[in-house]
Design a protein around this ligand. Sequence first.
Ligand code: NDP
Length: 463
Amino acid sequence: MMIDGHTRVLGLLGDPVEHTLSPVIHNELCRKYGMNGVYVPFHTRKGDLKEAVFGAYAMNILGLNVTVPHKNEVIQYLADIDEGAAAIGAVNTLVRTDGGFVGYNTDMMGLSREVDYYGIELKDKCAVILGAGGAARAVAFMCMNKGAKTVYILNRTLEKAQKIADDMNSHFGREGMKAMRLCDYMSLCEVKPEEGYVVFQSTSIGLSPNVDDVVIEDESFYDLVSVGVDLIYMPYETRFMRLCRKAGKAAYNGLRMLLYQGIVAYELWNDVRVDDKLAESIYGSLERAVRKNVVLIGFMGSGKSTVGRALAKKLDFDFVDMDEYIENMEGCSVSEIFSKNGEEYFRELETVAIEELSRMSSHTVIATGGGAPMRTENAQLMKKTGRVIYLRTTPAEVVRRLSGDTGRPLLAGGDVQSRVSELMEQRSLRYESAADDIIDVTGVSVGDIMAKIQEVLENGREQ
Ligand code: NDP
């Protein structure tokens, strides 16, 4: 982007800010709207907040997000506060006005949009909130605002849960919220509604790197759940979500909450309405940033499995070879699947495998089968799953690498040289359009290919 005298600055005040995904949302929105603007995280320590807020206003900064640990303290430095944010008692978005910054809570609005997106009904339903920190206050407000019949807020420290329940009951003028100790969760059985509880996991337990932790271990609790929403989005699938799913319930992470809180903030700063198509494209970028999967595509013999295995080891990621994954699904080899059921059946299995991997995997290097990106559906799923990297090679190199390999059904019978050339001609344009990055691998060592992949993962597009 071009920074000049007209560039407007948006930003984030917090401590820490190093791992924030907000720049992904806002810088993409600035680009898409052709706005001459840039979003910058500002590492702001506790004692420096007042100077940061007034300094930002003095420097004509257009808008700010505010994150941990400043969401409450910031309120005293504002010209005004939105009614919902005041009731929640936390502000995460500052909007510039003539008299100073006005504070909003777009976390609550973001979660509300996520709940609508997944079709989760709260009106006249019973909800459970696990945790009573800053985020739980926004969840509590949203549940009450959407007309939940009863909301149980469970926390390790009962007083904090009680304070939220008292504040919300007083704001909404009804006794809809009840506070409980976290360890008393099984008493929810006694009042369990027939359809179960909508459960919001809003503690910090399970947050990366402690990905195997969960606030309630007891599997019988998850029988009480109708749908689970974990505010955490890193990891992409938390243990809380896995336990909900194991009990046969739907479960979602907080990535859409993050997306929509950012979108609402951008809308407030710029007086625009972000359409759903753009929102979904940004969601794709966020998903990929969180999941970090790498999907290797390319012709057979281009080194996808060898490079993929070595790369996974280097990055400390999992490795999945899609052909092996399908062989495990079917209990026989790829050659046997081809000879017994034909190519079309195998392609169907590839779609099932990619669909599964796109749903479940994170921090994984996936080596795909050579023909997998030929289906448009598969190519789309791959983009959703992770960064798609095409290992491009030449027909001569493929023939050299595959000499003596008899396990490739598509090369069986006939002249290998002409079969490889013909298939590569059919496939190369498809590979190119399915890829985020293209790396030429002919004559390049595995170590050097990995170095190139790591470079594109860190720096963006190679093409
Ligand atoms: P806070 O630090 O304010 O609250 C943490 C909560 O977790 C408290 O209720 C605390 O209980 C509870 N907790 C912490 N450790 C334990 C433990 N060992 N056992 C039981 N309970 C525990 O955090 P926030 O409310 O700001 O954030 C909560 C989560 O929500 C975070 O994981 C954050 O990433 C996520 N979040 C997601 C957003 C999104 O856009 N998706 C937006 C904002 C937050 P106690 O009161 O007893 O200490």
